[in-house]
Write a protein that binds this ligand. Structure first.
Ligand SMILES: [Zn+2]
Length: 126
């Protein structure tokens, strides 16, 4: 019974939304940590460096946009979440006004997300 033969698959298995998220999270995380030199961009620490978002990763059109991400150590990451009034201006200074404006525009428009396109962009290093 356990050795029953399976039918050969004609088409490659489609990735579920859940597995897309896992794959793209890993890709984006490693891009961002690489870009930021595996150091906290706020204090320079290389201990407990985490992938952090500007706009929450619940917003899929920004979740894998590397401009919406930064490397933060665990304590700066906590500070980031606990002090939105201070962390906002700090981040704009770090990322630049243009990036902040562009992310706010995307946030307002909420464009549709194609997982394949995002994977291609992240692999190309855009
Ligand atoms: Zn830090």
């Amino acid at each position: 019974m356990a050795t029953a033969r399976r039918k050969p698959r004609l088409k490659p298995k489609k990735r579920s939304n859940r597995s897309w998220r896992v794959i793209l999270d890993a890709l984006c995380r490693s891009r961002v940590l690489e870009r930021d030199g595996h150091r906290c961009v706020r204090c320079g620490s290389d201990a407990w460096v985490q992938w952090s978002h500007v706009y929450t990763r619940r917003i899929l059109c920004l979740r894998w946009d590397t401009r919406n991400s930064k490397a933060l150590c665990a304590s700066c990451h906590r500070w980031w979440h606990d002090n939105p009034a201070e962390s906002g201006p700090w981040w704009v200074e770090w990322a630049g006004e243009d990036v902040a404006t562009e992310l706010a525009r995307i946030r307002a428009e909420l464009p549709h997300v194609e997982f394949e396109d995002i994977e291609r962009q992240l692999k190309a290093g855009d």
